[in-house]
Design a protein around this ligand. Structure first.
Ligand code: SF4
Length: 340
């Protein structure tokens, strides 16, 4: 614990010198930190920047987010993926208006009760925007500390994340140092104690205290349990077209891409005979294969353009412009969206 205590001022001083200028760091209000942290989940910093700016222009505060039309919210999220994040942001914004008079609560405990805010995001908002002594432990932090301690514990195990959080909480500072430690640890993980390459120990402020570095065993850590293989699902995507209109279908309420607009889809990989059996006499064109990766599932898709004489019921028929401008069509469908 003493080594960890000694590490804190080294990390905050390093961060003060190496802090990257990012739009959400200009004014670190709870709202700004919250939106940026949710966008940054599963998405690279460079990719998030334009989304963050557009989002803040459209919804500058909690109240604006709470009253946003869902279609506009999802359109602004288009391409970021994991759309439940956007829906949860709005649900939480509405709860903040109803329960807290529009002021985002400051304690990690209250924050964690809001939809879509887990321990990590609650810790990030509480420490960075509110100066609370609350750690935010993500993959970067787990990696840095696993190396710092030369720990053989499996960093994918929830118990290890919990232990790491508790250890940090016991030594976490308050005020500006809390935010500097949270961001410093994350940034150290992103830029120095690298995940998929040899760590840059020569420029690391922790080099003199780091157990893995002392043993020259930096790349032996962190230890990870075996990864589960993704399940492969075969799908057929149909671009049903009539004149200059194309059919969209809202996806089911549960499952992958729930309640998002997409092209009609069927299970299994349909060949030409199957498509013609479903749409006798239609003019059909193969649109090729595409693969989309979700966290636990892979969609292996084949696409068909099917020209119909009249629009059929059960779909929303929209022009190319309407689809591109108004509806948030998830990235999984992009290979076929491009063929409109
Ligand atoms: S000294 Fe090297 S291994 Fe240790 S925390 Fe720094 S970059 Fe990571």
């Amino acid at each position: 614990m003493e080594r960890l205590r000694q590490a804190i001022p080294l990390i905050t001083a390093w961060y003060a010198k190496n802090r990257k200028a990012l739009p959400w760091r200009e004014e670190q209000t709870p709202y700004h930190v919250w939106i940026s942290e949710i966008m940054l989940q599963q998405t690279r910093i460079e990719a998030v920047i334009p989304y963050y700016k557009r989002f803040l222009r459209a919804f500058p505060d909690v109240q604006a987010l709470a009253r946003a039309p869902e279609e506009q919210l999802l359109k602004l999220w288009e391409g970021l993926g994991y759309y439940s994040r956007a829906r949860n942001l709005q649900k939480a914004a509405r709860q903040i208006c109803d329960l807290y008079g529009g002021e985002i609560p400051e304690t990690a405990e209250e924050l964690e009760r809001l939809p879509g805010i887990g321990a990590y995001t609650a810790g990030a908002i509480a420490s960075i925007a509110c100066g609370k002594p609350e750690p935010a432990v993500d993959g970067n932090v787990l990696r840095v500390l696993a190396r710092f301690d030369a720990s053989n514990a499996d960093v994918t195990a929830p118990a290890v994340r919990k232990r790491t959080t508790e250890k940090l909480r016991a030594v976490y500072p308050s005020g500006a140092a809390a935010g500097a430690l949270t961001e410093g640890l994350m940034e150290l993980g992103e830029t120095v104690c690298l995940p998929n390459a040899a760590p840059r120990c020569a420029v690391c402020p922790l080099a003199g205290l780091c157990a893995a570095h002392a043993r020259k065993r930096e790349t032996d850590f962190p230890v990870r349990g075996a990864k589960k293989e993704r399940r492969i699902e075969q799908k057929t995507v149909l671009l049903l077209q009539c004149g200059d209109l194309t059919a969209l279908k809202k996806r089911p309420d549960t499952g992958l891409l729930a309640r998002m607009w997409g092209f009609p889809m069927a299970d299994g990989a349909w060949d030409q005979d199957t498509v013609l059996a479903r749409f006798p006499g239609a003019d059909i064109v193969p649109l090729g294969e595409a693969v989309h990766l979700f966290t636990h599932v892979e969609w292996h898709m084949v696409g068909w353009r099917v020209r119909l004489n009249a629009p059929t019921d059960g779909f929303l028929w929209a022009s190319r412009e309407e689809i591109l401008q108004r509806y948030a069509v998830p990235t999984a469908f992009k290979p076929y969206l491009r063929q409109l």
